[in-house]
Design a protein around this ligand. Structure first.
Ligand code: NIG
Ligand code: FE
Length: 419
């Protein structure tokens, strides 16, 4: 028996059409298809038809007759949201650092004194596989509750072969057990271990010679990411690490120009990264090169909000032809939130994006940023049936009623996972 599900008569069904081969750029980032009174029919986890109920009924009368039905009258239906940049697997929280920052300490001062990423690394190293698994599983459940149906997950709180592998193995087990789709990124180059700060080369070499080959051999990640920032990894070290990953089949990503302009956007273009993320301080030249080389800009306004920093210039990037995606950057230090809906609010209110653009940035462009746009990111026939149903009547209200969770129901591969 086929599994059949019909969502019918949504006040608005909103999706993109036709950007599965190329991310949406410039004016295309506003190019939403809005179907008033829209319906979507799903069969065995795949989208079978999208449009008006009467048309779907004509074409698929038998399937519609057998389908389980969700009446979405008065509601908004979108593709399941995609979070293309998270630090999902970690232990511990850092509210003490938050309090310190509120009194004037900076993120980098705290990190250089052994807190920050180092604090979470200590907690993550101490945590057992099972503890990391349980804590991360809860986060995945919460992501579902906020309408997110696919996440990227980075390692980077192990900083040794053993503990980086532990994080990646947890993500792998969660990908097998949990209904959420998870795409993994190796980020051994997230920080230089505290006791090696004065002489970082041996650590860089271990990332390149030990960790990357092992991660690739065990097929534990698709992407390879590095924190390219003054006081962390230099552009030269970052280049070597990203090139080494490429030689082992890992696609480059980069934490670029977050705190200072540092050539990260330029490096992303040079190495052919799929995305450059953060970009609060990206140079005009870096933005130009990203547009030219089709590097997606994954913007993380939750981090600017939480670190009380200046926001990335999304407007300029989009106008110059960079395909922009949005993400939570979910992590315990610079963005302890799992709400991509709040990120959409910030995209509009703080980065000059339109409500149409933030939807594209959290669906099809986010799918491109993790190399999954052929399967997910839009409601189109043949794609995976990942759908979010919101308790609002139109998509403007998603970013108008801010800071709220508007989710009503969530469908993953044609099955209701939040009701
Ligand atoms: O994306 N900037 C570097 N890495 C993370 C933060 C990690 C942390 O503070 O624990 C980020 O913001
Ligand atoms: Fe990050």
């Amino acid at each position: 028996m086929s599994e059949l599900l019909l969502i019918k008569n949504a006040s608005q069904l909103v999706t993109t059409k036709g950007y599965s081969d190329q991310p949406a750029k410039r004016e295309k980032m506003s190019d939403l298809t809005v179907i008033e009174n829209g319906s979507v029919l799903m069969k065995d986890g795949t989208i079978q038809a999208v449009g008006l109920l009467e048309d779907i009924e004509k074409e698929h009368a038998e399937l519609v007759a057998q389908a389980e039905v969700i009446d979405a009258t008065g509601k908004l239906v979108t593709p399941g949201l995609i979070d293309p940049h998270t630090h999902l697997v970690h232990a511990g929280t850092r509210e003490n650092e938050y309090a310190m920052r509120l009194k004037g300490k900076t993120y980098m001062e705290i990190m250089n004194a052994g807190g920050g990423i180092h604090a979470t690394t200590r907690a993550t190293r101490e945590a057992s596989f099972d503890q990391l698994y349980e804590e991360s599983k809860k986060r995945l459940d919460t992501f579902f509750e906020y309408g997110i149906t696919t996440v990227e997950a980075k390692s980077g709180y192990g900083l040794s072969l053993e503990h980086e592998m532990k994080q990646l193995e947890v993500a792998k087990k969660l990908a097998e057990d949990h209904e959420m789709d998870i795409v993994s990124t190796f980020m051994g180059a997230h920080a230089i271990p505290m006791d090696e700060k004065e002489n970082p080369e041996p650590f860089v070499n271990r990332v390149i010679e030990e960790m990357i080959p092992e991660v690739a051999k065990k097929k534990l990640a698709t992407f390879n990411d590095v924190f390219c920032e003054r006081g962390v990894f230099t552009p030269e070290q970052s280049r070597r690490i990203l090139q080494a990953g490429k030689e082992h089949g890992l696609i480059p990503k980069i934490h670029a120009d977050e705190i200072e302009p540092y050539g990260g956007a330029e490096l992303a273009a040079e190495v052919g990264a799929i995305s450059a993320d953060h970009l609060l301080k990206a140079s005009d030249e870096g933005i130009r090169q990203m547009a030219e080389k089709d590097v997606i800009g994954v913007l993380l306004p939750g981090t600017a909000f939480f670190l009380m920093a200046e926001y990335a210039n999304a407007r300029k990037m989009i106008d110059q032809g960079v395909a922009v995606a949005l993400s939570t950057d979910a992590n315990p230090g610079s963005s302890p939130s799992l709400s991509l809906q709040f990120i959409m609010n910030l995209g509009c209110l703080k980065m000059g994006m339109t409500p149409e653009e933030v939807l594209v940035a959290t669906t099809i462009n986010a799918a491109h940023a993790i190399g999954k746009a052929e399967q997910i990111g839009s409601l189109e026939v043949g794609k995976q049936a990942d759908v979010a149903i919101f308790n609002v009547s139109n998509y403007l209200k998603l970013s108008y009623n801010y800071g709220m969770n508007h989710i009503d129901q969530v469908i993953k591969k044609g099955k209701v996972v939040v009701e």
